[in-house]
Design a binder for this molecule. Structure first.
Ligand code: UD1
Length: 367
């Protein structure tokens, strides 16, 4: 067949998905010429290189080196540079992942040059258009020729938008393939114990709604420091959040003497998985961690008002609490007292989603 295929990796949440799909596509067909395209949206070693190393993703065939910038500028830089990379290689298809700016920008560059777009994690909707990710999802799906969906709500959302038929395939969650593959290696690390903690909660925050407004950020950090006196909390801090803390002058609060409140650098994949697996609870605004905690059976207090991953609330372990202090406190108490759903087994989140992606992709290519 010899078809050229680009897989676009841009930001941290893409990497676990790219790893699984790259492996499955390579195993399914030796005839594909697969090129990893890194946009450079995330560039710090701990947001980036360490994931490529741990997850066995080959080095990018092309690196667009766009870095950070305002929404429009970052999107425009990817559009311009990926267009040039397409013209140089003429791929048959561009596979994009998730909902980050790199997903939208590379899909747009591809489709304008007549290159088919394949979207892994299609159809998810938060119905909140103030989130950049929601715009990225809507536009990417409208441009895609093959839409590979992780949970049933995605199929229903796409049908409502008039996207249905054989181009839409429910394949399951490729991120869980990576979780299952790495689980044993992660368990051996015992990161929590290495920090001297027998019991703890894990915190991550980076969404604009939680970290961009100084008053909200301060309220949340004060609450977390307070909760950490009940259950020690480990907080690997995203660079965006670190920057907001600095701008708001809140560094003092982070290190205000509560030794039970441990702020650390962003963690590599396995270290984070190790901490998450053994945590009593997770407090997060990450979409990926809502899914991972559901599979691990760990209570997930989700600091968002909406989720594009409703199955994690309806059948998993996630509860939406926004950034409302009283709701967070109540959820924290419930999780510690054990009055929390254990989560069901989610169909197709079984560690074999990426091979289903590969089969669907090859069928579509040959059709
Ligand atoms: C992006 C995604 C978000 C995803 C998140 C996971 C979009 C719109 N958002 O948000 O969906 O959940 O990644 O991490 O694509 N920065 C660094 N080093 C880096 C990367 C970022 O210092 O390697 C800092 C920069 O100050 C930058 C800020 O973080 O301005 C935001 O980075 P950006 O990639 O624009 O968005 P994220 O908030 O990371």
């Amino acid at each position: 067949m010899g078809a050229r295929v680009d897989l676009v990796a841009g930001a941290r949440p893409n990497f676990m998905k790219v790893a699984a799909v790259h492996r499955a596509l390579s195993a399914a067909s030796g005839a594909l010429e697969i090129r990893i395209v890194h946009t450079g949206q995330h560039y710090d070693a701990e947001m980036n290189d360490v994931f490529f190393e741990q997850l066995g993703i080959p080095p990018p065939g092309v690196h667009l080196e766009v870095g950070s910038g305002p929404q429009g500028a970052q999107t425009a830089w990817i559009l311009e540079r990926y267009e040039a990379a397409i013209l140089g290689a003429r791929p048959r298809a561009t596979v994009v992942f998730g909902d980050v700016n790199s997903t939208l920008a590379s899909a747009l560059a591809a489709v304008k040059l007549g290159v088919d777009v394949v979207h892994v994690e299609a159809g998810l909707r938060s119905f909140d258009r103030t989130m950049p990710e929601e715009i990225n999802r809507l536009v990417t799906d409208a441009l895609s020729s093959l839409l590979l969906v992780s949970e049933p709500s995605g199929v229903a959302n796409l049908a409502r938008e008039g996207i249905r038929g054989s181009s839409v395939r429910l394949v399951g969650n490729v991120m869980i393939d990576t979780l299952r593959r790495e689980a044993e290696a992660a368990a051996r690390l015992e990161v929590g114990r290495g920090m001297g903690l027998s019991e703890y909660g894990l915190v991550t925050l980076h969404r604009p709604a939680n970290v961009d407004e100084p008053a909200v950020l301060e309220r949340l950090i004060r609450l977390l420091v307070e909760l950490s006196t009940v259950l020690p909390l480990v907080f690997p801090m995203h660079p965006r959040t670190r920057e907001s803390v600095r701008r708001a002058g809140l560094e003092g609060l982070l290190f205000s003497g509560a030794s039970t409140f441990k702020v650390v650098e962003p963690l590599p994949y396995r270290e984070n998985l190790s901490l998450m697996s053994s945590a009593r609870l997770v407090l997060t605004d990450s979409g990926g961690m809502q899914e991972e905690t559901t599979v691990l059976g760990v209570p997930c207090i989700t600091l968002r008002d909406t989720t594009e991953r409703p199955i994690t609330v309806e059948r998993g372990t996630s509860r939406l609490v926004g950034n409302d202090v009283e709701k967070i406190r109540a959820a924290f108490r419930d999780a510690l007292s054990g009055s929390w759903p254990r989560g069901e087994t989610i169909p197709l989140w079984d560690g074999a989603a990426a091979p289903r992606v590969a089969s669907a992709f090859l069928e579509w290519l040959e059709a």
